[in-house]
Design a protein around this ligand. Structure first.
Ligand SMILES: N[C@@H](CCC(=O)N[C@@H](CS)C(=O)NCC(=O)O)C(=O)O
Length: 213
């Protein structure tokens, strides 16, 4: 990667009500990587999106040289690499047990939020085509993933004594559930996670990436 990769020309496509888009945007702000945000919905703005992203999957990150990346985990991987090149500490450690553990905690957050997103899609189906047992399974899986994170959150952060991608992704996952499916957030069940989410949502980077942009 060369210096142009640090310029103004990264472009992030997708709405911040997508937890996958939001965690990438927050990470870019924390790394101080400037980007243009293209705020288009994969459902409501299909005609505008078609020429840019005919796959209709977000987030999509366009790099300064025009290369496009999909899948938030790989976008974060790319951003971590840029951060290291600039001498910053990456939000996911580079190697070893620390990397493995942060990745696993981040994955728990993503499992929780993927189940929540699936519940939301199920809720959008015609009422007579909805399958309550399926929603119930998704709800249990989401809660189980959050319960596993709650158990791990014994200090200020999920891993070590500093902010990692595990904290960002967890707070973003909770933000999504509270905002899009408030009835599905088991208020009071996960006090440590709620404290973490409230703390991060009050931080500058989170406030600059509002879920209800
Ligand atoms: N695993 C993917 C999930 C991305 C994802 O599902 N994005 C949703 C928006 S929240 C989307 O593009 N939905 C449209 C579709 O899948 O057709 C990632 O982390 O990037």
């Amino acid at each position: 990667m060369n210096d142009s990769a640090l310029g103004e020309s990264h472009r992030l496509l997708g709405l911040y009500d997508s937890p996958f888009v939001r965690r990438v945007a927050i990470s870019m702000l924390l790394y101080e990587i400037p980007f243009e945000h293209l705020s288009l919905s994969v459902f409501r703005h299909m005609e505008a999106m078609r020429p840019i992203n005919p796959l209709f999957k977000v987030p999509m990150l366009t790099l300064p040289d025009g290369e496009t990346l999909y899948e938030s985990a790989y976008l974060l991987d790319y951003l971590d690499e840029l951060a290291v090149e600039r001498g910053l500490l990456p939000l996911t450690p580079c190697a070893g047990a620390a990397r493995r553990q942060v990745l696993q905690l981040t994955t728990l957050a993503m499992i929780a939020v993927e189940k929540a997103v699936a519940m939301e899609y199920e809720r959008k189906r015609p009422v007579d085509r909805q399958w309550p047992d399926w929603s119930s399974r998704l709800r249990d899986q989401m809660r189980q993933a959050f319960a596993m994170l709650e158990e791990r959150l014994t200090g200020e952060f999920l891993f070590g004594d500093g902010l990692t991608q595990a904290d960002i992704s967890t707070a973003v996952a909770i933000g999504f559930v509270r905002h899009v499916l408030p009835h599905e957030w088991p208020s009071g069940h996960f006090p440590a996670l709620e404290r973490l989410a409230d703390r991060l949502e009050a931080s500058e980077a989170f406030k600059r990436v509002p879920i209800d942009e």
